[in-house]
Design a protein around this ligand. Sequence first.
Ligand code: ADP
Length: 654
Amino acid sequence: MAQSQQEKLYFQTEAAELLNMMIHSVYSNKDIFLRELISNASDALDKRRIEALSNGEYSTEYKAEIRIERDKDKRTLAISDNGVGMTREDIENFIGTIAKSGTKEFLANAKKSGADALSTQEMLIGQFGVGFYSAFMVSDRVELFSRRLGTQETWKFDSTGDGSYTISRIEGDDALPECGTKILLHLKKPGKPDDSPDEDKDYTDEWTLRDLVRQYSDFISYPIVMACSKWKDKVETIEDETINSQKAIWCKAESEVKDEDYLEFYKRLSRDWKEPLSRFTLNAEGTVSFRGLMFIPSQAPMDLLINNKGGGISLYIKRVFIMNDCTSLVPEYLRFVKGVVDSEDLPLNISREILQDDQRIRVIRRSILRKLFSHLRKMRADEREKYEKFWKNFGRVFKEGAVQDQENADAILELSLFHSTDEDALTTLSDYKSRMKQGQEGVYYIVGRDAAALKGSPKLEAFAAKGYEVLLLTDPVDEVIMARKHEYKDKDEEAETKFLDVSAGDVNAESESERKEAEERLKSFEDDFAPLKERIKKSLESTLSDARLSSRMTSSPACLVSDSNAASMQMEQLMRAMGQEVPASKRILELNPEHPVVRGMIKLAKDGDSRVEDFASVLYDQAVILDGGTIADPASFSRRLSEIMNSALDKVKP
Ligand code: ADP
């Protein structure tokens, strides 16, 4: 073989560590190496297709295939593809380095925690998919030949997994005739590995390989070809045979597909190692016909430990892969849904730009949405626990739709779950409405950071006294939804029900006549209250727009409410955290004239006592804390509180 000078290179430390782990593998399911290599080959063929379609220089006339060659005597196994291939730099970057996010941290943590080799390996394979490296579980030497689409050179990578590898350029017969990659495995000797109860499989055996391909890679959309023996009239001939059915899993009837096959397909599609929470299929005929297979993952991809590459919806046209992450097919708030859509009615040369305004895509999108909503509704009715899991993981993202997607906002709200004062479990709006009491003016809600803390808010006291249920909204998006939507109605309802923020100054729990009565009663305190009001307003004028008496509370002395169109404290904080300048809107301090503290303060103000300002300031800061806000000057709050305690203790001092 003609070969240019070899260059010896070293694996990045973590990559070397990983390789070492693979070489001395204690993982019993070594079979997965074949799935990983075939999967890489299939990805490379997808990439070539995409490049050929978008770059006029490259031919689209080639016969895409993945080939398996085995040699029993030499104990080698080769997996090759005529996909996009790799340049020398690609090989160094992709193979010599661990680029996958999270792997490095995972290895470091496993080492620190002293996890045993087997569980570390199981986790690694499960969570990250060790990809190409898994070849070293079954090989003591791996050669990789690759030629990148659009280049003439073939590069060879060669390693025994000992921490270094060589790279050289190949010329002559061993150079690849077209772009693609060939991975040549020098298989380890079969037999019983040291601490494994199983006999290693012979990966050069035709039936072993056939079984593995059927089991793991049957749905790969490119032919996987292998020379197989055929017996005819007692004469054996060797012929190429495609050993995967290539039958796209989404084209089969659900009854034809085993759960394991769906799972295997999901794992490849999503790069998620956990079983999906739920799946559904689509089969639409009409103006646009298409089939689809969708999954809802069982955990949110934000988790650092998960490799969240790929995903979204992949588009196929007439069984041919077109693109991953086809954002035109689902709205942003459904970005967690994984799946494929395959249509007969789209042209093969469709581009991302065209997709955006394509009428047919819009039809498909609408139909995916409709099916997803009905699937979720069914899940909520029949599998409540599962639904709550879905909600816990993705509810926050899903709800964004109530703001982004006017057309479906009610359907999204109908599916939403909320914490509430009356239920320990999450509740829906419909259930809330079915519990609404006579005289209740709408769906009451309060916004804050934490449901448990919200439950103790003084603003809920009057509502609780009336037996009115209040939704406890804890996601920042909730407030935006409520502010935009104002009202809501179930599918089969005529009239809308208003959303009412109990923190708004003009929302209260009283009926018209009760309100009048309360006003009368408050009026009787007004004269006494006047001096206190003036001093509070003066001393807190930079933060308060008003101080007033209120019947909102039954057992607390004070709370803060806002003008109906002001943003809440949470929203202000959120916007500031996002780098926006938000002037703090002034709030109204409401005081409960029946409370001894307020009564005492009224008296102090009347007497001209100098401590009124300190009391007012502490009362205000307390109300801020109860609203989940941060007080402006904790040092002076603490000093004032100590003084108040001190004077209270004076009375008990001997
Ligand atoms: P993963 O496939 O999960 O990204 P791998 O370690 O298996 O991880 O591969 C790393 C990268 O090497 C791939 O993302 C791809 O860019 C490249 N690669 C691996 N196998 C091939 C192949 N057969 N053809 C082209 N590129 C490949």
